[in-house]
Design a protein. Structure first.
Length: 239
């Protein structure tokens, strides 16, 4: 069932053995912007990386390279968290984030990850509860950064404080909480965020767009299949 532009294209991208995070993330929001030149946006990421690369190459160590990327993105280029309208769906559309230079933790993290990948810095997304983060490989450990907060470095104490803020006051930082998220998990979380936004707004057609993509990502998830079937019935009844 093709209820929105770009659904087949999304299915093709996420079906590949090596999921291209930038491509999948750029396809989120195709229901609002079906004519967007996605290759042009991938080229924009390439251009950002070309600006960043010389300073990364000149950095002495991995922590400095990680900070160089953050400095370029969040200071020199002006990308920042959208504190004025956090729940604007466009904050989850990577195309819009690139254009407007505003996003939420996960979309800004994807921006960081894709620039880092292009300049040869090993960075991974972290599916932290309530606040997506990035971790960058250093010589002997991981450096944790908060792209929503201008790429600020987070110590273990900072991570535990953030965990207690986003979950419960007695939460304890466990290795599983700061483990790497797969690209598929990152895209799924972006969609889940949008599902919550559209659900609160009562936007059934857009909720359907999101659930169709989640069902493609997680075809064996019975809850998604059930919710999708129910939502399709509701949207059909509206028409």
């Amino acid at each position: 069932m093709e209820s929105s532009p770009g659904l087949a294209r999304f299915a093709e991208v996420v079906a590949r053995d090596e999921l291209a995070l930038d491509h999948a993330a750029l396809l989120i929001g195709a229901w609002d912007f079906p004519q967007r030149d996605l290759e042009g946006y991938r080229a924009s990421l390439d251009d950002i990386a070309k600006q960043v690369a010389p300073d990364v190459a000149a950095a002495d160590n991995s922590p400095d390279r990680a900070k160089v990327i953050a400095s370029w993105l969040f200071t020199r280029l002006g990308y920042a968290g959208n504190t004025d309208d956090y729940y604007d769906p466009r904050n989850s559309f990577l195309c819009e984030v690139i254009d407007r230079k505003r996003g939420i933790p996960i979309s800004l993290s994807v921006l960081y990850l894709e620039v880092a990948r292009r300049v040869g810095v090993l960075a991974q997304g972290v599916n932290f509860p309530g606040h997506f983060l990035v971790r960058v490989a250093t010589e002997d450990t991981w450096l944790f950064l908060d792209p929503y907060n201008h790429g600020a470095q987070l110590t273990p104490a900072d991570l535990e404080a953030l965990l207690r803020k986003t979950t419960t006051p007695t939460a304890v930082l466990e290795p599983s909480v700061i483990a790497a998220a797969s690209k598929r998990q990152i895209v799924a979380r972006m969609l889940v965020n949008l599902a919550g936004i559209y659900g609160r707004n009562g936007d059934l057609p857009r909720s359907l767009d999101v659930l169709e993509r989640l069902a493609i990502l997680e075809p064996m998830n019975p809850r998604i299949a059930r919710d999708l079937a129910q939502l399709r019935e509701r949207v059909t009844a509206l028409n």
